[in-house]
Design a protein around this ligand. Sequence first.
Ligand code: ADP
Ligand code: MG
Length: 388
Amino acid sequence: MKLDSRQLRYLTSEDWRVLTAVEMGSKNHELVPTVLIAQIAGLRGGSGVHKSIATLAKSGLVAKIKNAKYDGYRLTYGGLDYLSLNTLRKSDTVFSLGNQIGVGKESDIYVVADPTGKQLVLKLHRLGRISFRTVKANRDYLRNRTTGSWMYLSRLAAMKEYAFMQVLKREGFPVPEPIAQTRHTLVMELIDSFPLRSIDNVSDPLKLYGELMELIVRLAKVGLIHGDFNEFNLLIKEDPVTKKSTPILIDFPQMLSTTHENAQWYFDRDVNCIKLFFSRRFNFTSDEPGPFFADAIKDTDQSKRLDIEVEATGFSRKMAKDLDRFVEAVGFTNEAEEEATGAQEAVDGQEDEEDDEDYSEDDEEATTSQTAQEDQTEQELAEQTHTD
Ligand code: ADP
Ligand code: MG
């Protein structure tokens, strides 16, 4: 879905109140009754509310649910995007919206500018826009989710990512500086770089390889496994003067603790992703075996367990559990594996027009059969695009 901010300035303050009311009402209602919208917005149920609702619906920020038992509206991802942009604008975090630079499996990435013109990155999480290809046993878990619950999970992904970026940055890890987080979005430093994936030659593969393995081990020593450590999520930044290149790690919603029951498996997968990439791309294979999980966690500094620290912040254990259930249900192939199996393809910056705003199948499609839904998801998967 395209984030089109043009409407932002045409919305009246009443429209905003109504949109905010729909968001608030969504906490308890999948479909927010029109009377409740009017009540929360503090507007009399007269023509004002209806006019605002009509404007919002026309812009795709709220939507009706087909065959609903009562008159009401729900928030769309477009509406949630607008609310987030408005919050970021009011706090002077974001002044203008620039180009989209990434269409991920489950996120959209835009360049934005702050009021001084400095460029930043806005990441919008879009859980629910997934490939169900890998999902067998847990189809019901995914299918039965409502739009609201996808939005909740997207918010969790943004919160988790932001929380980890904050502690990692503080501890001196090479990650973008986190700047703000609201709802399903976060704002961070723009890294002027190329993803490792698009780099054909490095002057010293041994050195870069060593740095990356060291990074995986350093993470494990503070209790963390990235879980998707690969050429898509490593940005290579080159110092314009010294020409020295530094890897910067991004993309943290799947980060897990070294105490996770499958920690070793995830650790090995991160290590092997890099090994495989280096051998294929740079024809480089290290003489040294490992690194090994058992060695990496041997001298963990218990006072610096970032996995425990993050759990103690706003991103609670309950939230972590909710998000983990989703991650498990999706089966969690990583991006490198997805590409290897042809599940995603690169695009030339063209966004799919049909790529719609709401990917949950719970409402409008409520009457279609199970198979029809599956067909639809397969088709969506075939149309899916990826540029990172
Ligand atoms: P996803 O979860 O969709 O994979 P990522 O966080 O990996 O999202 O971002 C997708 C792509 O967007 C990255 O591969 C990278 O090209 C670009 N990107 C993301 N964050 C930044 C950043 N801070 N600076 C520059 N480019 C970024
Ligand atoms: Mg990524």
